[in-house]
Structures are given as structure tokens and as C-alpha cells.
Design a binder for this molecule. Structure first.
Ligand code: BDR
Ligand code: CA
Length: 311
């Protein structure tokens, strides 16, 4: 049986690879892609999502535009990582497929109300503004969500955009707080695990060696966005954060973690957006998430390369 998913995203090269992985995987039915402002402003993320669908040979995928700013704060973007367009690297044509008329938040609400309860998984690859807005506007949908698998936060790695916060959570901490407290079944891919999904030189050459448009484009995206992490962390290559979310749906045995309580800091200026994860079980707060901590990186790249080859 296929698993129905909505991908909520701010592409972003690593979002793009996650979308391609989902489109390549027959186990998943992508009901729609909802764009949110994040890595770059909304006019670019909603365009990039369609560029990626066309690159994947799936112009029939429905793409919806969502919120253009976080719930309570001005938008912070990350062109310094992803480039001016968010998808810098390969030379990809503007999309010809249309954007859907409906707002992404309405699409999320309508879908959760019409599909059978417990059958739709939300895959969140950017700030959580669209999902939190849907939950605020239609609290009845919260119980109908099967699972939310999201990329965001950090514990051992602490932060990437501030000393204590990961980008997706930092951009919209209020939205993250709503989602983390929602009671939904949550699976979190923090930096602790995504920093293990490193595209080393041989792994990137394996993408390029596919010789397909997709393989070459993914290699060129990585060529572009690896410079940032290489300089900052001295790492071997770029971390493919967001594809960890899709990999979890396809091969959960590649990832492991702990069920813990995770709360988002929404008040402090110093630590805004910090994900306070009770990894060591030192509070009596009930677990609200499966917080992933480790990844079989070779297995992950084998899966990704094999799937991308299908597009
Ligand atoms: C997250 O922020 C974005 O830059 C990436 O696309 C990923 O979702 C990593 O902190
Ligand atoms: Ca992202």
C-alpha cells in the first residue's frame, strides 16, 4: 500500500533532493507540495518546487503556495547558503506547469478533512508556518494526521543559524511550538542526524555518473551548496538535511533515535528557536517526539542514488 504524503517545503537544494526522492519512490503518493517562505522568499520557493517537479518528470504534481512570512516575526532567509534563487548550481529552466489556485493552508486543511483519518503524513522540510496556521485555523484536523516527519532542531549539534538554533525552527519558533505541542505523532530529524548525511566526493560523483538530467543536476546542486558547510565545519561535503525525512518513510531501519520530550524556546532573545530535547530523560515531561540521532549513511546514499536513477 502506498503512503499518502504532503511535502511542505522551502526549496532549497536539499529540499529539492528530498522532493526528487519522494517522486521517485512508488511507496509514496505525493498528494501535493506546499511551499513556504524560508531559505528564500515565497515567490522563489513556489517556483523552485515546480522546477523540481519538472526536473523529476512529474509536472502533474500539485504545487500550492502558502505563507509568505512567519507567524509573529519577520522572515529570515538563507541565500548565503543556497544562493540567490535557492536552487543555485544547475542551470534549470523556469517551470511551465501552473501553480494551484488554492492556498497551501486550505489544501492541507481540505486534504486532512477529506482523506480517511490517520492516512496522511506531513513531511515538513522548512519553517513550520503553513502547518501551524492550518492547525490554528482548523483544530479538528490535528487528530486526523497520521504522522509529522520534520527536519528541524538540534541537540548535540545545538545550532547552525545561531549558536543555539537550527534554521527551520529559528525562522518560525512560534509555529514550531504549536506543532511540537499539537499531540501529533512527531518524528524529528535534527542536525545531529542530518550532519551525518554528508555528500562526500565519491557520493556526489555517483550522482553525476547516473548520467541523467536528474543525476547531473543533483551533483551540480551539491557542488554549489557544499562550499558553505565545508568552510564552516571543515566537513567533507554538504549535509543532505531534508532527504532524511523521506528516507525515514522509505527505510526507517536506516535511522535510529529516542522517544523524548522536545520543547521550543520562544521567549529568550539569546536562545530563540532552541529545541530543548530531554535526550537524557532528566525531566518528567512526557515524550512528544521520536528524536533521531543516528543514520546509516552508506545505506542512505545507496537508497538515494538507486531512487534518483529511476527518474
Ligand atoms: C534546514 O534549513 C535549510 O537551509 C535546509 O533546507 C534545511 O531544511 C537545515 O537547517
Ligand atoms: Ca528546507
Amino acid at each position: 500500500m502506498t503512503r499518502k504524503i504532503i511535502i511542505d517545503t522551502d526549496p532549497g537544494q536539499d529540499d529539492a533532493v528530498a522532493i526528487l526522492l519522494a517522486l521517485a519512490s512508488p511507496e509514496l503518493e505525493v498528494l501535493g507540495i506546499t511551499a513556504v517562505a524560508g531559505n528564500v522568499p515565497l515567490p522563489l520557493t513556489r517556483k523552485n518546487a515546480r522546477i523540481v517537479c519538472e526536473l523529476g518528470g512529474r509536472p502533474d504534481t500539485r504545487v500550492f503556495a502558502g505563507c509568505d512570512a512567519p507567524l509573529e516575526r519577520p522572515l529570515v532567509t538563507a541565500e548565503y547558503v543556497h544562493g540567490k534563487t535557492g536552487l543555485n548550481g544547475p542551470d534549470l529552466p523556469d517551470p511551465t506547469m501552473a501553480l494551484q489556485d488554492r492556498h497551501a493552508v486550505d489544501f492541507i486543511i481540505d486534504t486532512l478533512r477529506t482523506e480517511a483519518p490517520d492516512t496522511v503524513t506531513l513531511c515538513a522540510l522548512g519553517p513550520l508556518t503553513n502547518i501551524a496556521t492550518a492547525f490554528q485555523r482548523a483544530p479538528d484536523i490535528v487528530d486526523r494526521v497520521s504522522q509529522i516527519v520534520l527536519m528541524g532542531g538540534a541537540y548535540f549539534e545545538v545550532g547552525n543559524v545561531t549558536p543555539t538554533a537550527e534554521f527551520n525552527i529559528y525562522v518560525d519558533p512560534q509555529a514550531a511550538d504549536i506543532v511540537f505541542r499539537s499531540g501529533c505523532d512527531l518524528v524529528i530529524m535534527p542536525l545531529d542526524v542530518t550532519h551525518r548525511a554528508l555528500v562526500t566526493r565519491p557520493r556526489n560523483e555517483a550522482f553525476r555518473a547516473l548520467g541523467t538530467r536528474v543525476g547531473v543536476a543533483v551533483a551540480e546542486m551539491t557542488d554549489f551548496f557544499e562550499r558553505f558547510d565545508k568552510e564552516k565545519y571543515g566537513s567533507e561535503g554538504a549535509p543532505l538535511h531534508d532527504p532524511c525525512v523521506i528516507a525515514y518513510l522509505l527505510a526507517p531501519e536506516l535511522l535510529s533515535g529516542r522517544r523524548v520530550n522536545v520543547v521550543v524556546e520562544t521567549q529568550s532573545e539569546l536562545t530563540l528557536g532552541m529545541t530543548v530535547a530531554d535526550w537524557w530523560g532528566v525531566t518528567d515531561r512526557s515524550p512528544n517526539a521520536l528524536f533521531i540521532g543516528d543514520l546509516d549513511a552508506d545505506g542512505f546514499f545507496a537508497l538515494l542514488t538507486e531512487r534518483l536513477a529511476r527518474l
